[in-house]
Design a protein around this ligand. Sequence first.
Ligand code: ZN
Length: 416
Amino acid sequence: MNELKLIGPLRQLLTMEALPLKGSLSDSQLQIVEQAGILISEGKILATGPFERLKNDYSKAELYELKGDHVCLPGFIDAHTHICFGGNRANDYALRNSGKTYLEIAKSGGGIWDTVTQTRKAGKAELIKKTTKLANRHLKTGVTTLEVKSGYGLSVDEEIKMLEVIKEANNTIPSDLIATCLAAHMFPKDYVGTKQEYLEELSTCLLPKIKEESLANRIDAFIEESAFTAEDIAPYFSSAKKLGFDITVHADQFTTGGSKVAVDFGAISADHLEASTNEEIKLLAQSNTIATALPGASLGLGCGFTPARKLLDAGATLAIASDHNPGSAPMGDLLTQAAILGAFEKLSNAEVLAGITIRAAAALNLKDRGKLAKGMLADFSLFHTNNYQEILYNQGNLKPCMVWKEGNLVFNKHKT
Ligand SMILES: [Zn+2]
């Protein structure tokens, strides 16, 4: 017989069900089950509903009875991170805050290249340990699924090393790490050849190897003056698509152009968009490409936020991710950043919470999570409060007291 687990009573359970994928949302659209229970079988949700009723109907279920008020939300999904890296860039942060720009620091040998050097130097065991540590830190804040990019290897062998690290780290921790190949993060300084030759080498040597070893399903590129142009990237993305990879793009961070590339290639998501104008917003809204805001990068760089309100009003799908990385977004606290973006961009609770649950799942093309409904993974967090509004109101300072991943209690504040 299947082992059943029943958890409750929960003062409020937000299912995040029945929300449209695109456009603005009001809080009245949130489905809230009061005095709820959540019934789990084999890591998946079997039912949600009134706790007392579930307790009667499934009297043989192992009971996990809670005291006090708890609000239950789906496990958060951080759809854009770079948490696999060597070294750190505290010095860049200091330089930037004393007046140097991101591009100036990059040109003077700091920036991404510094992390590339440190990551290449690091052994696999060290990188696995670091990645695991950061993923576990996210887990305690309710993040049960994290996308993790390569992109600090920047050669066929070093990119494979990073993707293997992400795969091995994924096998040692409760949360799910979704790997993305970002070998087109920047043109490696030490590459003997042209940009086009580098991308050609990635297409012919790296991509088939990733497929063969099932290291990732997603290919990303940084479209920017300092990295790759739309023309540079077209043949690379065409090769990736032919091999069946999902495409995602670092788009419109400092200058526009990336979101058009994303839409043209049917990318799953276009991420950043701080520089997007009405033209790019319209383009994204009319496409199926999800717009992912990265408030952590705005906070890290001290610059404006992604025009999230305008994107939603235009009809785009908005996901929110941390961009956790050693350079521009060192904080790595999705809930805090999403709450702050909400305050600056005037987003409803529903829009912010959908952005880190159901809409973030869509940004990773994952159909088995992001909402609390029958058949979904039993990934969820409990917050000590009687009102879900208090979660964003506390701007990230109210953390979960319990986190469950696939039906297992993986973090319990009361027992640490
Ligand atoms: Zn990024």
